[in-house]
Design a protein around this ligand. Structure first.
Ligand SMILES: NC(=O)c1ccc[n+]([C@@H]2O[C@H](COP(=O)([O-])OP(=O)(O)OC[C@H]3O[C@@H](n4cnc5c(N)ncnc54)[C@H](OP(=O)(O)O)[C@@H]3O)[C@@H](O)[C@H]2O)c1
Length: 222
């Protein structure tokens, strides 16, 4: 599933970060989704811009996760072909919560060896990360993968039909400018959604949509 916050006119960042779009209601959605996720997935640019940290999971949430048979905290997994993830991020500070970095088999060896002491670096694809293979590689950590963006990663997940659910919080603000929308890609696509929930809080719209499966894209038996 995806989770993003956006302005009414579709911007997902203000001055390169999402913080100005958020509110306590949106942060509650963010925390509630992280509370159930097995893996939190993000693109390298998001992790760097948003200064990712190890997951902050309250004790009661950890206990509920244990009771459901999950790890106490979700694993954070970063997609990065060029291994541009900033090794000084707080994300790498907790040795008990090593993040996963998903790269390619032909990633620069010196960058890989710089990150390997800090994270579990895995390969999926050559040239670019093959996102279906990446999700398959994450399956031992659990089936519920929450993608927190950014637009470049979201666009590819949608293009590859790897998204079941889209959570979007619409912030009561217009920003204009040229900020990216929720999903970005070289080729326009059309995915139809069914609304599963819509809440309002603090003038925000908090929506949860399910992606309708396109039968023409599913595998034919035999
Ligand atoms: N409003 C929100 O909720 C929200 C959420 C998240 C992010 N954001 C904002 O969105 C912006 C970042 O988004 P973005 O679209 O620029 O970037 P992004 O999707 O976060 O990350 C793009 C990077 O991810 C890696 N990547 C993604 N797909 C890949 C693939 N198939 N193979 C190899 N590498 C792949 C690449 O890293 P390498 O360059 O290392 O190869 C690529 O440069 C920031 O301004 C952030 O604040 C907003």
């Amino acid at each position: 599933m995806l989770n993003m916050v956006a302005s009414v006119d579709g911007a997902t960042a203000v001055e390169g970060r999402s913080g100005a779009l958020g509110s306590s209601a949106d942060r509650e959605v963010f925390s509630a989704l992280r509370a159930v996720a097995d893996v939190v997935l993000a693109g390298a640019a998001t992790v760097n811009a948003e200064r990712y940290r190890p997951p902050q999971t309250p004790g009661a949430v950890q206990e509920a996760r244990r009771q459901r048979g999950q790890r106490p905290k979700p694993r954070i997994a970063v997609v990065s072909g060029r291994l541009s993830v900033d090794p000084t991020l707080e994300l790498f500070d907790d040795p008990g919560e090593r993040p996963i970095i998903i790269t390619t088999i032909d990633a620069a060896p010196e960058r890989r060896s710089r990150l390997e002491p800090l994270a579990d670096v895995i390969s999926a694809g050559k040239g670019r990360v093959d996102l279906a293979a990446a999700l398959a590689a994450l399956s031992p950590f659990g089936s519920l993968v929450l993608c927190e963006g950014g637009p470049t990663l979201n666009g590819q997940l949608l293009e590859n039909d790897l998204v079941d659910e889209v959570n979007v919080s619409i912030s009561p603000v217009l920003t204009s400018g040229s900020a990216r929308r929720l999903a970005l890609g070289p080729t326009p696509l059309e995915r139809h959604l069914t609304m599963a929930h819509l809440w309002t809080a603090e003038d925000m719209l908090l929506a949860r949509y399910l992606v309708e499966r396109d039968p023409s894209r599913s595998e034919q038996p035999g």
